[in-house]
Design a protein around this ligand. Structure first.
Ligand SMILES: C[S@@+](CC[C@H](N)C(=O)[O-])C[C@H]1O[C@@H](n2cnc3c(N)ncnc32)[C@H](O)[C@@H]1O
Length: 277
């Protein structure tokens, strides 16, 4: 394929930014070129100009952008990732929210795992919830796990993982929550039962407005691929999606202090968390 010219790259990256909120800087032009080549081959196109036209002007239902999104997202994840932060959630914020609910006679808990990739984070949360709060099985508990990448969601729904994904899972949980089948680990129904996977673009206003009444949002290692503006748009939606008294968790290297003052920043067991008061 002819190399992507600067003009092609600019048009494509602008379109990706507008529709997905993802920032592709110049240094990523080789990466994008390789993904576009794949799409062009499948579509039988020879000239990058034709692809630019198709993506920017002839994609009314968003199918081509979705196909490209499946190729350009970074999906790195594994069970119990950044575990100390999850422990702080399980030791402090989760019990706090649960007791407030119990005091009000509520028996409903909703967690949103935004940018769940192949599902490991959502299942980790399901396991922690059962361990910390076994009564959750009598409550109306739901972990809604969303991602834009259709391939990742298909993998997530299967709940079947290789060692690489479960390597950090404490041995006692590995026996209790996984069935070993050959070289793979299948998540048991007691952890899959509360998780529901859903396709969602964090940059889609209408879809984001439908996400309501969550007690916790985990959006870890996702917003690093956005710029400040698209990050702020997503975070403003998260604010509206959270119940009062709810919390949002980001990845270790991420912060929203600079882009939003709506949340109260708290340090709990050494980890930063954003509260909606
Ligand atoms: C690096 S993974 C993070 C997985 C998990 N949260 C973790 O911390 O291990 C980032 C995920 O964000 C998803 N993502 C990127 N842009 C998105 C968007 N606009 N809408 C929804 N998901 C998006 C990607 O598809 C990818 O699966």
């Amino acid at each position: 394929m002819t190399e992507l010219s600067t003009e092609h790259f600019n048009k494509l990256s602008q379109q990706i930014y507008l529709r997905l909120g993802l920032l592709f800087e110049d240094k990523k032009s080789y990466f994008l070129q390789k993904r576009v080549e794949k799409r062009m081959e499948l579509l039988g196109l020879d000239n990058p100009q034709e692809y630019v036209f198709q993506l920017c002007y002839a994609d009314p239902d968003g199918k081509e952008m979705q196909a490209l999104a499946n190729l350009i997202t970074t999906n790195e994840t594994y069970m119990c990732r950044e575990y100390e932060q999850l422990e702080a959630f399980a030791n402090c914020c989760l019990p706090e929210v649960l007791s407030a609910k119990q005091a009000r006679g509520e028996e409903k808990l909703r967690i949103w795992c935004a940018g769940c990739s192949s599902g490991e984070e959502a299942y980790t949360l399901a396991i922690m919830l059962q361990e910390i709060f076994p009564q959750s099985q009598f409550w109306n508990c739901e972990i809604v796990a969303t991602d834009i990448d259709e391939n990742m969601l298909a993998q997530a729904t299967k709940g079947r993982y290789w060692w690489r994904s479960v390597r950090e899972v404490p041995a006692e949980y590995l026996d209790k929550y996984f069935v070993k089948e050959g070289e793979s680990y299948l998540v048991r129904p007691k952890a899959t039962g509360v998780v529901r996977f859903q396709h969602l673009n964090l940059h889609d206003r209408t879809a984001m407005r439908n996400m309501r009444n969550f007690d916790f949002i985990f959006c870890r290692n996702v917003l690093i691929y956005f710029d400040d503006l698209s990050r702020k748009t997503a975070v403003d939606h998260f604010y509206n999606s959270l119940n009062k008294g709810g919390y949002i968790y980001l990845g270790h290297s991420e912060s929203i202090g600079r882009i939003s003052s709506a949340f109260k920043l708290k340090r709990i067991e050494g980890h930063l968390v954003y509260a909606k008061e």
